[in-house]
Design a protein around this ligand. Structure first.
Ligand code: ACO
Length: 336
């Protein structure tokens, strides 16, 4: 990163996207053979039919992050050396040092890039994109790769049916670049957090990380714990609030946007928010049936599928919305 500052703010555009999911599928029927659950229960409560899982003996978060980055570089038509920043949003990095971002930037030859990981759970990609966009807009960076990547299978206790059925492994990447037209890019963004509610969804490492009222939780240390009902309530309320805020602040209506890309947490959560705001179902992309909830991987995976299908149309804004552990939430509205 060594960019001279321009005289004023510039615009920002998405140059290309990429994604990667593991080959291996874990279906609801597979779960029903491992645990006391059924395809019917999982489908009705979550909308999930199957999810992808890594072979953790040889693969991890950086495998998917690197794959998504390579595909995005190709789709954007740039060289890895053109990148001056790589951000990876994740809670499932193999190591905290070196970061996934440093490792994959090195692996693809992004030798001019600064690199770091960002932790905001399922909101991570939208947080990272908002930060990257702001840096490009003021001229602190010119070309940035923003990745959301998760190896959720590495933090799931597969003996517990309440949490393990929800999540899958996936990564997605967007490459953004400075544009001469200042009307292009993120026209509104919001990010928030509530650390007091953090124990609704957390990954305790030590006994002392566990609050007294969760001490009898059968999920082992080092694995994701969740109070499903509390998260459900938070998510339904927050999705609606965050979308309403984004529409109000931009003056846009649901008719004005090409797509609202929601974090894929549970189809009932997405449907509840969509119905409350009266958004056409065709404008809310859903792929949770195929991939489950891939945390920070979910929004960029949707973005890549929509981008490649030509559904992110020029001249029509689109919105991204996410919530997750922390607790955190974020929105990002883009003019294309
Ligand atoms: N299969 C069968 N039965 C199950 C399973 C399962 N996989 N999991 C729980 N049950 C049982 C429970 O034990 C309970 O049984 P009981 O009545 O005998 O006690 C019954 O089903 C109902 O359980 P609830 O927890 O009340 O089920 P609920 O309708 O709340 O659905 C769910 C659970 C799907 C987890 C829901 O609470 C939810 O979606 N919460 C939001 C969670 C979420 O989206 N998390 C990810 C978001 S976090 C993020 O993305 C950052």
């Amino acid at each position: 990163m060594n960019q001279p500052l321009p005289a004023g703010v510039c615009g920002v555009r998405i140059l290309g996207t990429g994604s990667m999911v593991p080959e291996r599928r874990l279906t609801n029927d597979d779960f029903s053979r491992m645990l006391d659950t059924s395809d019917e229960w999982i489908t009705q409560r979550t909308g999930i039919k199957e999810r992808r899982v890594l072979d953790l003996r040889t693969q991890g978060c950086s495998t998917l992050a690197q794959g998504a980055l390579e595909r995005a570089i190709e789709n954007a038509g740039i060289k890895a050396e053109d990148l001056d920043l790589v951000i990876v949003a994740t809670v499932t990095m193999e190591m905290t040092c070196p970061s996934v971002a440093c490792r994959i930037a090195g692996a693809v030859g992004a030798k001019n890039a600064a690199a770091f990981d960002l932790v905001a759970a399922c909101s991570g990609f939208v947080y990272a994109l908002n930060m990257a966009e702001t840096m490009v807009r003021v001229g602190r960076a010119r070309t940035v790769a923003v990745i959301g990547s998760e190896a959720m299978s590495s933090i799931l206790d597969y003996t517990d049916r309440t949490v393990s059925i929800l999540f899958g492994d996936a990564a997605g990447c967007a490459i953004i670049q400075a544009d001469a037209d200042p009307t292009k890019g993120c026209i509104y963004q919001h990010m928030g957090a509530d650390g007091i509610g953090g124990h609704a969804l957390y990954i305790p490492k030590r006994e002392t990380d566990v609050p007294a009222d969760d001490a009898d939780n059968p999920i082992r240390l080092g694995y994701l714990r969740m109070n499903g009902k509390e998260v459900f309530r938070f998510a339904v309320t927050k999705f609606k609030e965050v979308m309403e805020d984004a529409f109000a602040k931009t003056g846009l209506t649901p008719n004005d946007v090409s797509q609202v890309i929601c974090h894929q947490s549970n189809v009932r959560i997405i449907d509840a928010a969509r119905e409350k705001l009266g958004i056409d179902p065709a404008k809310i992309y859903v792929n949770i049936d195929r991939y489950g909830n891939s945390s920070a991987g979910s929004v960029p995976l949707c973005l890549d599928e929509l981008w490649r299908a030509g559904k992110i149309t020029k001249g029509k804004p689109f919105m991204m919305v996410a919530f997750g552990g922390g607790l955190t939430w974020a929105s990002s509205v883009w003019s294309t």
